[in-house]
Design a protein around this ligand. Structure first.
Ligand code: UDX
Ligand code: UDX
Length: 483
């Protein structure tokens, strides 16, 4: 069997597939990378001449795309052709939570993964290494293997064979390029050792050997889910303690610092915030919950499900606090929302806490002005499922239902005039530098500043007449109302 690797195909040019293949192409100039996607608009954006139009915003991505694109890195929708020439096929398509049928609301919908496996079975030639890059439920490799092995020959009647490997990606958005360049570990799970070593050779171009781990395929799949579940669990844990801080006079920043000094606990992932978002945490925990339920491990399922429940509770808690502080009503009050992405340095809004929080505030009658440096108005509209007001909207001719609020978008920060409150939801650098002493003068008093990310310079805010609330801060001094 021929295991030599020259041509690589990746199906799925998303937040995972795009940057991962770009890094591999950059580090392995002798290999050819064909990244294919059924979404033609997305492919066109990956091929955009103007690199600021790439479909994904990720610091450092532009530079590596510029150095490899159309040399040994190609984006297209030519899926069949890419599979035909591939020695390795990465599957990096999305695996959303099922909305109907068995496991609805918890298990992942594998229809795209299955569809990819069928395409690979049909068009591949000779021996192909098929790699699960998407995060998948445990034992998905078995499904892929069965689909691949059922035909035995390709569309042309030629003999084919496969090695299925699991190689989950651990990159976090916003730091993807650094995470890909300096990974904590590369995990390769499988049974075919020769194929595993061949895949490892690609990574060895830049990853030290001792960081490449080999496991059995099920451990690899489960390790990825567990890794995300542990990280999400830390956030729910710290957010639950944050609520205790607020009522006891403790300060979550001090508590985090103190526990983070314990080397057994470590200092990372202890920032209390509006609740975790992103495409993975919730989906992966729900997968784990489904797996545990399926095997009759009810208590285990309940334990992990609570991590998601605390997160949802935390998001709704923030909207409620805003309403309470603004005298129990926010109807017709202007509230500036700073940040809509689920974290800084990405344009991704999937599962962003901002979606639920903004919807809750609009439902309470608020007039939101939403700013984000990288998220577009159309994306926010898709997420909120509420049409925005245009920026030249005339309030006097408004015929909307008076009980429900509104939102409009701004890509400038000149939005604080006559605002009753500001709510910080994403930790963008530019929000850290806002001159609150000047902004305070533009707002309607009593004015509130709510900081759910602990990024506001509160020493500066203290010098103003703004009322200030920040998540997890129960210390009397900062929480004292000035009116
Ligand atoms: C997704 C999952 O969210 C994550 O859990 C998994 O680890 C990897 O896949 P991401 O890259 O962020 O991560 O998803 P997304 O940005 O939605 O990209 C998936 C791409 O696959 C899309 O561009 C979609 O058009 C493409 N796709 C989907 C195909 O090309 N073919 C298909 O059959 C289905
Ligand atoms: C995560 C995992 O980190 C990554 O390994 C995996 O491959 C994909 O899922 P991602 O979702 O891109 O990555 O971002 P991450 O940095 O983990 O943040 C997830 C969410 O948790 C964000 O909403 C972030 O704001 C929040 N978070 C993170 C906190 O609220 N507090 C923290 O201390 C850290």
């Amino acid at each position: 069997m021929n295991y030599s690797i020259k041509n690589i195909c990746c199906i799925g040019a998303g937040y995972v597939g795009g940057p991962t293949m770009a890094m591999m192409a950059y580090k392995c100039p002798n290999l050819i990378f064909n990244v294919v996607d059924i979404n033609k608009e997305r492919v066109a954006a990956w091929n955009a001449k103007d690199l600021s139009k790439l479909p994904i915003f990720e610091p450092g991505l532009k530079e590596i795309i510029a150095s490899s694109r159309n040399k040994n890195l190609f984006f297209s929708s030519e899926i069949k052709e890419a599979i035909k020439s591939a020695d390795v096929v990465f599957i990096s398509v999305n695996t959303p939570t099922k909305t109907k049928g068995v496991g609805a609301g918890k298990s992942s919908d594998l229809k795209w993964v299955e569809a990819c496996a069928r395409e690979v079975a049909k068009y591949s030639k000779g021996h192909t290494i098929v790699v699960e890059k998407s995060t998948l439920p445990v034992r998905t490799a078995e499904v892929i293997q069965k689909i691949l092995n059922s035909p035995k020959t390709n569309f042309n009647g030629e003999k084919i064979s496969f090695s299925v490997l699991s190689n989950p990606e651990f990159l976090a958005e916003g730091t993807a390029i650094n995470d890909l360049e300096n990974p904590d570990r590369v995990l390769i799970g499988g049974e075919d050792q020769k194929a595993m070593f061949k895949l490892a050779e690609i990574y060895k171009a830049w990853v030290p050997e001792d960081k490449i781990l080999f496991t059995n395929i099920w451990s690899s799949e489960l390790a990825k889910l567990t890794s995300n579940a542990f990280l999400a669990q830390r956030i729910s844990s710290i957010n639950s303690i944050s609520a205790i801080c607020e009522v006891t006079g403790a300060d979550i920043r001090e508590v985090s610092r103190a526990i983070g000094k314990d080397s057994r606990i470590g200092s990372k992932f202890l920032d209390s915030g509006p609740g975790f978002g992103g495409s993975c945490f919730k989906k992966d925990i729900l997968n784990l919950v489904y797996l545990a339920e399926y095997f009759g491990l009810k208590e285990v399922a309940k334990f992990w499900e609570e991590v998601v429940n605390i997160n949802t509770w935390n998001q709704s808690r923030i909207a409620k606090i805003v309403v309470k502080k603004l005298f129990g009503t926010i109807s017709d009050k202007k509230i500036v929302i700073l940040g809509f992405a689920f974290k800084a340095n990405t344009n991704d809004t999937r599962e962003s806490a901002a979606i639920k929080i903004c919807r809750d505030l609009i439902e309470e009658g608020a007039e939101l002005v939403i700013h984000d440096p990288k998220v577009s108005q159309i994306q926010i509209e898709n997420d909120l499922k509420i049409k925005p007001l245009s920026n030249d909207y005339d309030k006097n001719s408004d015929s909307r239902d008076n009980n429900i609020g509104s939102w409009r978008f701004s890509n400038s920060l000149d939005i604080f005039e006559n605002a009753n409150a500001v709510l910080v939801l994403t930790e963008w650098q530019e929000y850290k530098d806002i001159p609150w002493d000047l902004i305070a003068k533009q707002m309607i008093k009593p004015a509130w500043l709510f900081d759910s990310r602990s990024i506001v310079d509160y020493k500066l805010v203290k010098k103003t007449d703004l009322n200030f609330w920040r998540l997890g801060d129960g210390s009397q001094e900062e929480q004292k109302e000035k009116y």
